[in-house]
Design a protein around this ligand. Sequence first.
Ligand code: FAD
Ligand code: NDP
Length: 322
Amino acid sequence: MMVNSENDSLINNIHNVIIIGSGPAAHTAALYCARGLIKPIVIEGDIGRQDMIPGGQLMTTEEIENYPGYEKISGWELIEKMKKQAENNGAIYISGWVTKVDFTSQPYQLWINDESQSWKTSTVIIATGASAKKLDIPGNSLFWNKGISACAVCDGALPIFRNKPLAVIGGGDSALTEALFLTKFTSKVYLIHRRKDFRASPILLQQVLNNDSIEIITDTIVIEAIGSSKLESIDLLHLPNKTRYNLCVSGLFYAIGHQPNTSIFRPFLPVDSDDYLLPIPSEFPGIFAAGDVIDKQYRQAITSASSGCQAALNVLHYLQLH
Ligand code: FAD
Ligand code: NDP
């Protein structure tokens, strides 16, 4: 549902719960709240932003093999199923970005897409997840979307990358997954990692090692992106011997982790040194958080879904008592 005059009445209500987000945490929270008959409103994001898409991080992955109940399922299919199930049980989805909140007193207020009128709610579930980090190197802005991307699954099949040498930066599960994915479109993928040891799961590392199209470059960082109208090469720095050298690539994919989406909450709620939300203090009754936005350690679809469930049960319990 879009934000427009049709849902003026929704804007004027004080809702039981507004859920902000659209990944596994938000959809699971929506399902449990809907089945608790408290008519949850879910603000799910919208198209038009570079750092986030509705549906969350799983929308950028082709194959999920570790979500119980599915041997193999694409990210977008799993998210679609979760959303449909919540909607079928009565959750109401609104397209738009929450751009401001006021958690000073109840009812709490939220603004969508900088509209003048606020949405009011007794409780809030924050399930805003995390966004891909980018490297602040010379050439990053110039070649963003002209050879540089933070999502191989979204962009890897584009003609500018096909049958061209490509590079992926990172040593985690995302980097290895993306490198493997890109070998569908080209026979040369450099996987560039700043250390020797990989934090990625051993099974993925084995797949990468077995793939002749992937060349691993360790102890190395990317220091500059170079080209004319589009990316043509990158400058690398080999850290142990401080050697700088150039590598011809037409694509550079960042897979260097994620930044929790907490900026709009930080004026009110405490965060840790990496901007993850800390446990919500008692002076904010009825505000709960779920998923990657609070989880530095596990960051999985199943753990996000699980914490969405817990947040919803906490909301139901809170509303029973108040
Ligand atoms: P997210 O999925 O991050 O979703 C949050 C969404 O909320 C945002 O995308 C946005 O649409 C919305 N939102 C944010 N801010 C606002 C706002 N202000 N207003 C409105 N809406 C907002 N995990 C696995 O278990 N198995 C895998 O195979 C797997 N593969 C992965 C592959 C990749 C490439 C990546 C990056 C991650 C993968 N993960 C995997 C991890 C998994 O995707 C995350 O743990 C999970 O998606 C986190 O869910 P979440 O609900 O907390 O938030
Ligand atoms: P991670 O935080 O696990 O890995 C980020 C990688 O980027 C690390 O290797 C890190 O290096 C490197 N890095 C960070 N900053 C820089 C920088 N400035 N310059 C160069 N390199 C940098 O993030 P992921 O996105 O890989 O994974 C996030 C979560 O999602 C994890 O829990 C993961 O398990 C999950 N996931 C699961 C998948 C699956 O199950 N199939 C697939 C994809 C993700 P260093 O190691 O030195 O810190």
